[in-house]
Design a protein around this ligand. Structure first.
Ligand code: GLN
Length: 494
């Protein structure tokens, strides 16, 4: 039999539906890959029994002639930011270690309803704060990719959804959930040569997802190709009365609407993204992307997003501000860790628990966030950043008068080595420079593989669309995928 772990979501779904193989066979094959890949540290918790249980249910539904869901028989990885009933949920933090939710997040519940099964909880940057997975309390995830210089340096899988990206690229799962606050689906997807889409803010419910920056957080799928992302996003999305920012709109049939024919579409190329000193491999890949979209029938226009250079500073005020407020709930009383020194009072317990439970990057963000929200500095930082955010959204609004979609690189570089940026938080933050504007504006944005750089590492192309136009974004992603012919894979060493 073919190696079932080589298959993506669509192929698994149709093979299970046609009876070519069973869902249990698929789950068994992926469970074995997960068990054999400890060196990547992609999972915090493995749940092979959950994957089998879900697969058995699909196989028996099929035998009984019952209709099968969109993700029937597909085992997936679940970023450990989604609350999963009865399964430890940590956000890769010490403070939530041992927290076993008594409820299920809406997005994961939607996926189980659609017939998916859970292989385990995927590692990530602590509270989704980071771009390399190095802030995880459970140790960093390692990318399956290596440079072609023979150095064997361990590379970052991107972040924060680095467990998701690494696991998919290493074929430990055909697809995984991600969340994206300022690039955490797109940048890790780019780093390992897979696809991922952050939908319009409000498409996927945030209920039951550990909150980082609530006005930015969005869940989305990561998978091997555009079709698989479309299938999985359909299963994840939908109105949820439990999330006040959830959009009360029907979920479009994105998979059925897929078409790589871009005739009649205008694609904008933002001038401000051509940074001085842009990596030449990134620039060349971007040019290829432009040529591919032209070939697919799109008209290319140059556009301007004049406030781009303020996006990163605004993001690194707004996100920490919201984080400092969201993370106030971790106090040693309600969840996970409690540090109660001898004879200590309540305040001492809060302080000791938070000092012991949060990692350095999370503490940094809480301090920055608290500072920018404090009485004397609120207007100078937070209000100012909110104004900049409005200007960035307005930049995109103005651009839509000239184009339907925007094409840019996903990240300014290929995957960097673990440890290369940890001593310089600003260098780490700079990696988000192309991803953050779409987040601030709440727009759908996707990364698809665009080629390899000179070191043999994957690079990603990013497509940004108008609010609610996931279809346009997916279709442009498909047009690129059809032309990029990206088949490179990490050589197995783990
Ligand atoms: N890397 C960004 C940060 O550290 C984005 C993280 C995310 O999207 N969750 O905030």
């Amino acid at each position: 039999m073919t190696d079932l772990t080589k298959l993506g979501v669509a192929a698994i779904r149709s093979g299970v539906a046609s009876g070519e193989f069973t869902a249990v066979e698929v789950a068994t094959a992926f469970n074995a890959n997960v068990a054999a890949a400890k060196a990547l540290n992609a999972f915090i918790v493995e749940t092979p029994e959950k994957a089998i249980e879900a697969a058995r249910a699909v196989d028996s539904d099929r035998a009984a002639g019952k209709p099968l869901g969109k993700m029937a028989g597909v085992p997936i990885g679940m970023k450990d930011l989604f609350a999963t009933e009865g399964v430890q949920t940590t956000a890769a933090s010490h403070i939530l270690e041992g927290f076993v939710p008594t409820y299920e997040s809406t997005v994961s519940a939607n996926l189980w309803k659609a017939g998916a099964g859970m292989l385990g909880k995927l590692n990530l940057d602590q509270f989704a704060m980071g771009s390399s997975n190095e802030t995880s309390y459970f140790g960093n995830v390692i990318s399956p990719w290596r440079r072609n210089d023979g150095s064997n340096a361990a590379l970052a899988p991107g972040g924060s959804s680095g467990g998701s990206s690494s696991a998919i690229a290493a074929r430990l799962c055909p697809a995984a959930t991600g969340t994206d606050t300022g690039g955490s689906i797109r940048q890790p997807a780019a780093f390992v040569g897979i696809s991922g889409i952050k939908p319009t803010y409000g498409r996927c419910s945030r209920w039951g997802i550990v909150a980082f920056a609530s006005s930015l957080d969005q869940a989305g799928p990561m998978a091997r190709d555009v079709r698989d992302c479309a299938i999985m996003l359909e299963a994840m999305a939908g109105f949820d009365p439990k999330d006040a920012t959830s959009l009360d709109l029907p979920v479009p049939e994105w998979e059925a609407g897929l078409s790589g024919d871009l005739r009649g579409k205008k694609v904008g190329i933002p001038r401000e993204y051509r940074l001085d000193g842009i990596d030449e491999d990134i620039a060349a890949m971007w040019d290829n992307g432009i040529a591919w979209l032209k070939d697919a029938g799109a008209e290319i226009v140059e556009i301007s997003l004049p406030h781009t250079k303020y996006a990163l500073p605004a993001y690194y005020i707004i996100a920490p501000a919201e984080a400092s407020s969201n993370l106030a709930r971790y106090d040693g009383v309600r969840y996970g860790l409690r540090d109660l020194p001898d004879g200590a009072g309540l305040q001492d317990m809060y302080a000791a628990t938070r000092a012991a439970g949060f990692g350095a990057e999370v503490r940094r963000r809480i301090m920055i966030g608290t500072y920018v929200l404090s009485a004397g500095f609120y207007d100078a930082y937070y209000t100012q950043a909110q104004k900049v955010r409005a200007l960035i959204a307005r930049d995109f609004e103005a651009a839509w008068a000239q184009c339907d979609l925007i094409l840019a690189p996903t990240a300014p570089s290929a995957a960097f080595g673990l440890g290369e940026k940890t001593s310089d938080p600003l260098a780490m933050y700079l990696n988000d420079v192309f991803a953050v504007p779409a987040s601030l504006a709440g727009l759908p944005a996707m990364s698809v593989p665009g080629g390899l750089d000179k070191q043999g590492l994957p690079l990603g192309l990013q497509i940004v669309g108008k609010a609610l136009d996931e279809q346009g974004v997916l279709n442009a992603g498909l047009a690129i995928e059809e032309r990029a012919g990206f088949t490179a894979e990490a050589e197995k060493w783990w």
